[in-house]
Design a protein around this ligand. Structure first.
Ligand code: AMP
Length: 307
């Protein structure tokens, strides 16, 4: 089952309490694609880079079933650059630099070959571009998932409010849910955000797992307690890739299957944080993923006698 992925392809500079790297490939569409490629193929990328983006990275993506017909390469400009610094708890970070570069004039075009795809993953990017891609699709995909971040909640709130009724699943983290709803309680925040249009809402809480809200139902999935968290960059996108990858592989968009998809997403996020950038997502095998999924089952499996 094909998944169309819209998102950034970038260079990142990252500083964590455990190390620092000045230039590493990143971007929402990169993490989503590497995570989802372990579950289903083909993946149909829509993104933009400058003349500085490494060809080896594009070859690596192609090898993993990622189609790049929708990747625009601008010869005389630089790729998107983002820099972030993590606090000691690794759950919070400061964005130091956001240089849009090629992203500033990005006008995504859905290639003809992508028409008819059943799943659409709108990664973190300008909401106006997310709207444009939805509008270009002649057949509405079975499931539209959207990820966003504080940068767009603050800078383009009107466009964000416009896209929310057009999608099925919204993914944000807890502080973004509070920011978007002006509510402190997660349950109240979820109700308000669901009233803005999405049918399902996933609130990611970093090392504290994720919540799935739908109508009056709520499901909680833990994050795996990891001994070493090296670099949380891209964890949210790896989660998104695992989530939509599982849904596309099973072709089931029901609430019950979404619960499993959240566990798969959490597993992909848990790999992502083990090394700088998307490195770990490239290394893992099907066996690694199966072992990790089993660890998740063990983590939440218990018997209880009612009192
Ligand atoms: P995450 O840690 O899941 O929030 O994703 C981090 C990735 O998002 C990094 O690799 C960045 O290149 C990318 N990113 C950061 N800010 C933005 C933005 N404003 N728009 C699109 N992508 C971004």
């Amino acid at each position: 089952m094909a998944i169309i992925i819209l998102g950034s392809m970038a260079f990142d500079a990252i500083e964590t309490p455990f190390g620092k790297i000045d230039k590493i490939v990143g971007g929402s569409a990169i993490y989503i694609a590497y995570a989802a490629s372990h579950l289903t193929q083909p993946l149909q990328q829509i993104s933009i880079v400058g003349n500085d983006f490494p060809e080896e990275e594009m070859n690596e993506l192609t090898k993993r079933g990622v189609q790049l017909n929708g990747l625009e390469i601008i010869p005389d400009k630089k790729s998107f650059f983002w820099s972030g610094k993590y606090h000691l708890d690794m759950n919070t970070r400061d964005t130091l630099v956001t240089d849009l570069n090629v992203l500033a004039d990005f006008d995504p075009k859905v290639p003809e070959e992508y028409q008819g795809s059943e799943f659409l993953m709108l990664g973190n990017l300008m909401p106006a571009l997310q709207i444009s891609v939805i509008n270009q699709l002649r057949t509405r995909p079975k499931l539209i998932v959207l990820d966003t971040m504080n940068f767009w909640i603050e800078n383009t709130p009107d466009d964000l409010k416009k896209v929310l009724p057009m999608i099925d699943v919204l993914m944000i983290n807890d502080s973004e849910a509070r920011q978007l709803s002006s509510e402190f309680s997660m349950v109240r925040a979820a109700k308000k955000v669901l009233d803005m249009g999405p049918k399902f809402l996933i609130i990611k809480k970093g090392e504290h797992g994720a919540l799935l809200f739908h109508e009056n139902h709520v499901f909680f999935a833990p994050a795996l307690p990891l001994e070493d968290v090296f670099d949380p960059t891209g964890a949210g996108d790896a989660f998104a890739g695992g989530f939509i990858g599982h849904i596309a592989r099973t072709k089931n968009i029901g609430f019950e299957n979404m619960k499993t998809a959240i566990i798969v997403g959490s597993a992909m996020a848990s790999f992502c944080v083990e090394k700088f950038g998307p490195q770990r997502l490239k290394e893992i095998t099907k066996k690694d993923i199966d072992i990790r999924l089993h660890e998740f089952v063990q983590l939440v499996n218990f018997d209880i006698d009612l009192v």
